[in-house]
Design a protein around this ligand. Sequence first.
Ligand code: C2E
Ligand code: CA
Ligand code: CA
Length: 869
Amino acid sequence: MDQTIRILMLEDVATEAELALRELQRDGLRCELQRVETQAAFSTALSQHRPDIILSDYSLPGFDGLSALRIAQAQCPEVPFVFVSGTIGEEVAIEALRNGAVDYVLKNNLQRLASAVRRAIKERHERTARLHAESRFRDLIEFAPDAIVVINQHGKIETVNRQMELLFGCPRTRLVGTCSRSLIPARLAEWDQALSGEQAMLRALDTLGKPFEVPMCRADGSEFPAEISLSPLKTGDGLWISGVIRDLSERKEQEERLARMTRIRTILGSINGALLRIRDRKSLLREACRIAVEEGRFIGAAIGLVDPDTLIVTPQVWAGIDAEFLREVPVSADPSRPDGTGMVGTAMRTGESQVAHDLLQSSDLALWPAAMLKRGIRSTFVVPLMVGEQAIGVIALFSVKPDAFNPEEQQLLSALAADISFALDYIAKSEQLNYLAYFDAITGLPNRALFQDRMEQLVTQGVNGTPEKIAVVLIDIERFRDVNDTLGRAAGDDILRTVARRLRDIVSDSNYLARISADCFAFIVRENASVTEVANLLERKLSIQLSQPIPTHGRELRVFVKAGIALFPSDGTAADILLRNAEAALKNAKETKAHYLFYTAEMNVRTARKFSMENRLRRAFDRQQFVLHYQPKVNLASGEIVGLEALLRWQEPGVGLVLPGAFISILEETGLIVDVGSWVIQRACEQYQKWRAQGIDPPRIAVNVSQRQLRQENFVEHILQLATADGIRGLEIEITESLFMDDTNRDTACAKLAALRQAGMTVAIDDFGTGYSSLSYIAHLPIDTLKIDRSFVSDMAVSRSHKAIVSTIISLAHSLNLTVVAEGVETPEQEQLLAAFGCDQVQGFLYTPALPPDQIAPRLRRFFPTAAD
Ligand code: C2E
Ligand code: CA
Ligand code: CA
C-alpha cells in the first residue's frame, strides 16, 4: 500500500492512539491519524475527511463503540470499521462483527493491528471494485436492446430492465412483484404454470437459453409475438430464472409481407394461365376474381365495367363478397355524382390505382360505405382496367387487414390488372367480329382472318409471353373441284367436314386449326416444332388419316392432300408473311410430285428423297405396277405343297422387278401400305378363286399384313368385304411378332384376329424369334402357325445355341398345338436338322423361290378329280 492511509480513531486516551499509530508505522504503513473523542466530532470527521478506515474504542465516556458503528454504517458504509479495545468478551465481539465491524483488535495485542488494517483496506478495495463491476453489469442489463426479466422461485417478477418497461408499456414499479403469468395472454391456458417456479425452471433447464416463440401480452392487453429464452440464475435466495424477451412483431410482419408477395405472384401466374385458356369474357373475369380471393387470400374481389354513356360502373363478377354488398356500394365514374368521387371514380378518371390503407383511420370515415365497415373491411385497392388511354372498368380488392397493400404488392396487382385489360381488349375485338365473318359455316372452324389473327398473337406474344418456334401448315385437298363438279356440293361439304374432323384429331390444339379457303385448311404446330417433327406428322399421321376412304352419298371417296409449310421465325416473323410463304410452298408442292414442301429448299432436300420414292410408289399403285409372287410352303414329311405365301413385287418400268425390301418401309411410313395391303389381300383372294375355277385345289395363301393395316378400325369388315366366304377359308394372315409387343393395341389386335379366325382364316406369327415374346405368352394369342425366322434357320448349322433355340421352339409350339414353319431353308443340312426336330413345314430357296402365279400352278399337283382326269 503506497498511499497514506487516513485513519479516523475514536479514542478518549491520546496515548492509546499514539501507541496504535506507532505500532502501524513500525509495520511500515504510512498513515495519517485523526483522533476524535465525542460523537459530534466523530460524525463531522466522517463527513469531512472521508477516512480510509475507522478504528474505534469499544467503551467511551458518554458514547459507546456500537453507536459509533451504527453512525459509520449510516454515513459511509464502505469505510471499514475496526474495534481496538480492551477485553470485550466473545459475545460482544460477535455482536460487533454482526453489526458491520470488519475486525476487532485487543489493545494488549496491538501487534495484530497493522495486519488487520491492511486486510480491511484491501477488502475495502476489492469491494469497491466489485461494486463498480456490478454497477456496470447492471447498466448492461438495464440498457440491453432486449427486454430482460428476472423471476424468482415463486414465479414473481424480481427485476426488469428498461426495455422490458417499454415493451410491455408498464413502469417497473408495477411489473416488479407481479406474477410472471401476467406477461402471457390469459387465453393460453397451457402457460398457467409454465412461467412460475418449478415449471419455469424445468423449461429453462430444458431449453437452456434456446429461444422459443410465444405470444405475450402488454399492460393494455394487446398481444405481440415474442421470442423468449430462459436461463436458470443462481442467487443467494435460491434458483431463479432470467428471461430474455424479444419482440418478433417486425420480423413476423416481414415474413407475412414476403408470403403475401409470393401469393400475389402466384395469382399473376394463375391468371395469366386463365387468360390463355378462357376466351369468354365473363368466365375469364370470374376466374380472375376467384383466383384473387382464393390464392391472394383477400376477403373479396370484384370487377366492374363502366357504361360509356351513363358512366355507371356495374359489377360484372365478384368473389368472396356478396351481390348485396355490391348493391350497397354503388359506384360511378361521373364526378358530378356523389358515388363518382370515391376510389373507383377517381381511379377511372385518373387512370391510376387508388389505395385505402386503413378505413378506420381515414379522416372522412363518413364517406366509407357502411357495407364495407360492416364486413370488417379495413383496406381496399382499386386498379383501373385500361384499354389504351381509356379506363373501361376497375378491379377492386378488399382486405380485412389494415395496410394490406404495400407498394410492391400494388405494383404486382397493377400488372395483373393490365393483363386482364389486355385479355378484355382481345375478347372485345373478337366479340365484335360477327361469328360468321370469322368462322366457317360448313366445318365450324375459324376462317382465314381469325386464323391469321391468332397466329399473329402467337408470333408476337407466344403463349407465355415469349414466342416459340411454330410451323404453319397448309393442307390442300387435291382435285376437290372435281368432287364438287361431279358429285355435287353436298358431297363436297361432306368431304370438308370429314377432313376437318380428321384434322381436329391430328392437331394438338384445335384453336389453331382453320379452313382458310374452299379446299385449303391450315393449322399450326406449336411446342417448338422441329422440321422432322412436322415431316413426321405429315407423313405418318396426316396422309394416313386423311386418305382413309370417306363414305359419302352411297360411295366411298378418297382424298389426297398436298401440304405447304412455313416455319416461324426462319421463314418470316409476321403472320401474313408466314401465311404467304406457306402458300408459296403449297403451290410448289402442287406443281411438283411432292406430297408436302417446306418453304425453304433446304428443308425440302431433307425430305425430298423420301418424297420421290413415295410418289413413285403412289403412281406405281395407281398404274397397277404391283404384282404378287407366290412361294410354296412344303410339308417336310411328304414333300407336298401345303401352303403359299403371297409376296409383293413392284414391276417398275425400265427398272425391272423391285423386291419389297426396297419399298415396304416407305409404304408403311406413308400409310400407303393400307391401300396396297388391301389390294394384296384382294389379289390373293382372286388368285385363289381363279385357280379353283381352273380346277386346281390350291392350298391356303398366306398374305403379310402390317401393323398399320391391322390397326385400321374397320380392318375385319374390310377383309370380309374383299373376300367371299370361300376365299376367306383360302387365306392365312401373317403378322409379325412385334405387333403384340405394343400393349396399347394388343387387346384390339387379338379381338380382330379372333374374329377373322372365326370367319375361317388362319393366323401365323411371322419372323418368330426376332421379337421378345415368350412361348407361354404366345399360348394366349389367337394363332394357328408359328414361322421361325430365317436368321435362326440359316445359323442353325453353325450355331449350337440357334440349333437349340429352333428345336425348343418346335417342341414347345407343338405342345401348344401350333403348326411350325421354318423360313429360308436353303440347304439339305438345314432340312435334315429341321426334320430331326420334327418341324412341320419348310419354305425356302431349297424348294422354290417366290414365283409368278403361272409358274406356280403346274406345281400345285392337287387337281380336283373332275378337272384332272
Ligand atoms: P417375309 O414375310 O419374311 O417373307 C419371306 C421373305 O424371305 C421373302 O422375301 C422371300 O422371298 C424370302 N425368302 C424365301 N425363301 C428364302 C430363302 O431360302 N433364303 C432367303 N435368303 N430368302 C428367302 P421378300 O419377298 O423380299 O419379302 C421381304 C419381306 O417383305 C417379307 O418378309 C415381308 O415382311 C415383306 N412383304 C412382302 N410382301 C408383302 C406384302 O404383301 N405385305 C406386307 N405387309 N409385307 C410384305
Ligand atoms: Ca411372311
Ligand atoms: Ca418371315
